[in-house]
Design a protein around this ligand. Structure first.
Ligand code: KIV
Length: 263
């Protein structure tokens, strides 16, 4: 069954948790899709996990488009969502429409995600959704604002900041967002936002009280050299790959190669 934004809404009503992960290429996307992941995000975190940048800020539209096309080719069931990269949408709703439209047309993803809420981004979300482009919101620790936050720090710790994150999430829902990512905020705040919204919340480092969970796949697989404390690895692929390539290396060096030219 191909997942649509309407399934996510139904699942919130039924209490069925939404499972989301990021992907940056064809192979990873194909594995996630066949494993039954509901939502695959071509997150701008690929700037860090696939391209080696320190933050998500340098990522360009052409770079994310290239990856979004590869991910789309690997997916047949999951809902694929693509981030709009830093400074490709903040200037005006019209700029966001051009960029989001180009991503949907050229890559085949079904929706876009933008960071930030009230007031500027809520206006942009409304502009896009009224023109038929599904938008996922993202509040809390929005990594494109890392320098404004002074690092990748938890947000919403004091009352003012918590109230403003709640207001942003409510504004995004009113603007037509179909879901909202809550990143690195206190569990109690995430749970209270989840209860107040009719659209699903997808948490990352935001506790169990969200309607779904997302993580960066490189962290789940234990591939990243560094990962946030909240991102639990479910395997150690970094070690598994090291073991495999060292075994291959040793086989080649000892003339014990298994790659035979004879059929
Ligand atoms: O870019 C990304 O991977 C994200 C998720 C972590 C939510 O935005």
């Amino acid at each position: 069954m191909a997942v649509s934004i309407h399934h996510l809404q139904q699942w919130k009503q039924n209490g069925r948790p939404i499972v989301a992960l990021t992907a940056w290429d064809f192979l990873i996307a194909q594995v996630l899709d066949r494993a039954g992941i509901d939502v695959i995000l071509v997150g701008d975190s690929l700037a860090m996990v696939a391209l080696g940048y320190d933050t998500t800020l340098p990522l360009t539209l052409d770079e994310i488009l290239h990856h979004a096309k590869a991910v789309s080719r690997g997916v047949s069931q999951a809902l694929v969502v693509c981030d709009l990269p830093f400074l490709s949408y903040q200037e005006s709703p019209q700029q966001a429409l051009q960029v989001a439209g180009r991503i949907l047309k050229e890559s085949g993803v079904k929706a876009v995600k933008i960071e930030g809420g009230y007031p500027a981004m809520a206006e942009t979300v409304q502009f896009l959704t009224q023109r038929g482009i599904p938008v996922m919101g993202h509040v809390g620790l929005t990594p494109q604002s890392v320098h404004q936050f002074g690092g990748f720090r938890q947000q919403g710790r004091d009352e003012t900041s918590a109230e403003s994150i709640l207001a942003e999430a409510i504004a995004l829902e009113a603007a037509g967002a179909f879901a909202v990512v809550l990143e690195h905020i206190p569990d109690t705040l995430a749970a209270s936002i989840t209860q107040k919204l009719n659209i699903p919340t997808i948490g990352i480092g935001a506790g169990e009280g969200c309607d779904g969970q997302i993580l960066v796949t490189a962290d789940v697989l234990g591939l990243s050299e560094w990962r946030p404390k909240f991102a639990k690895p479910y395997t150690d692929l970094r070690q598994a790959i090291t073991d495999a390539v060292q075994a291959f290396s040793q086989a080649v060096r000892s003339h014990d190669s298994i790659s035979s030219g004879t059929d």
